[in-house]
Design a protein around this ligand. Structure first.
Ligand code: 9D3
Length: 253
């Protein structure tokens, strides 16, 4: 059983996400347990104050060190010792699939979400890792924590069936996914690529890999730069380039 502690001031933003879908199923199957810890319960005054004005002035409020540290300590106390404590913050390293895989390999996980204009910087001494989802501004770390939990939960042994196995995920291969189609074979004059209905499984696999390589080349050349292509992949990508020409950001806004 993989245990997760979520430290946040707005658990209501996160809780619905582990009642549904893959994460919800992992919880009901007993493969994942999620507990919420609210730093407000660790405030030390009658008003349960968890934030205060920033030193040096400026707008907004800063989450206080002590309530947050106590909440983290409570969570640590009933997690396996090797469970990483992750602070979600816009200042963190960018979260990616490799990080999701490393987190899923640990015995447990703590996710700490900030709010307001930020948390007292000294809380970084109580965490192992700071993660961001990317270069955009969220109102707090709660939804980011839900995203990280989703990405980790689906990698836990037994959570996905054989069919949907995480090893097949395109990002696990360092490529974008190939296009998918279902019935009918023509809609609004738009046809399904013929090869997919050919029954030729080798040709279908080649077509899918070629599309995945081509789309990655057009849309996310940064991903291809970080990945070696074998001879077959280079040949398929060359074919794609000859057929589709220079990147015109096909299908992109
Ligand atoms: C507009 C506020 N900014 C200047 C004072 C700083 C700021 C503080 C707190 C910006 C964002 C946040 C809340 N964001 C997160 O906690 C967060 C986040 C994000 O904003 N973007 C991408 N990933 C993440 S993970 C956590």
């Amino acid at each position: 059983m993989f245990e997760v502690k979520v430290v946040s001031l707005l658990p209501g933003l996160i809780e619905p996400t582990h009642r549904e879908g893959v994460v919800g199923r992992a919880v009901t199957q007993g493969l994942l347990k999620v507990e919420h810890i609210n730093p407000r319960e660790f405030a030390d005054d009658v008003h349960r104050t968890i934030d205060d004005r920033p030193y040096g002035g400026g707008p907004g409020m800063v989450v206080k060190y002590e309530p947050l540290r106590r909440a983290i300590e409570r969570g640590r106390a009933d997690l396996p010792a090797a469970s990483p404590v992750v602070l979600l913050s816009a200042q963190g390293r960018r979260f990616d699939q490799a990080t999701a895989e490393r987190l899923a390999a640990a015995p447990g996980l703590m996710l700490v979400a900030g709010r307001y204009e930020g948390v007292d910087e000294r809380i970084t001494t109580a965490v192992d890792l700071e993660l961001s989802l990317g270069d955009f501004v969220l109102s707090g770390g709660e939804l980011a924590a839900a995203v990280v939990l989703d990405a980790v939960a689906r990698l836990l042994p037994g959570v996905l069936g054989h069919e949907e196995s995480a090893a097949n995920d395109s990002f696990a291969q360092g490529l974008l996914d190939c296009p998918h189609y279902t019935r009918p074979d023509e809609v609004n004059g738009l046809k399904v690529p013929e090869v997919l209905a050919s029954g030729d499984h080798r040709a279908i696999a080649r077509w899918r890999l070629k599309q995945a390589l081509g789309r990655t080349w057009v849309r996310r050349p940064d991903l291809l730069k970080r990945r070696d292509l074998n001879q077959e992949e280079r040949r398929l990508l060359d074919e794609y380039r000859r057929e589709f020409g220079a990147p015109a950001m096909h299908g992109m806004v």
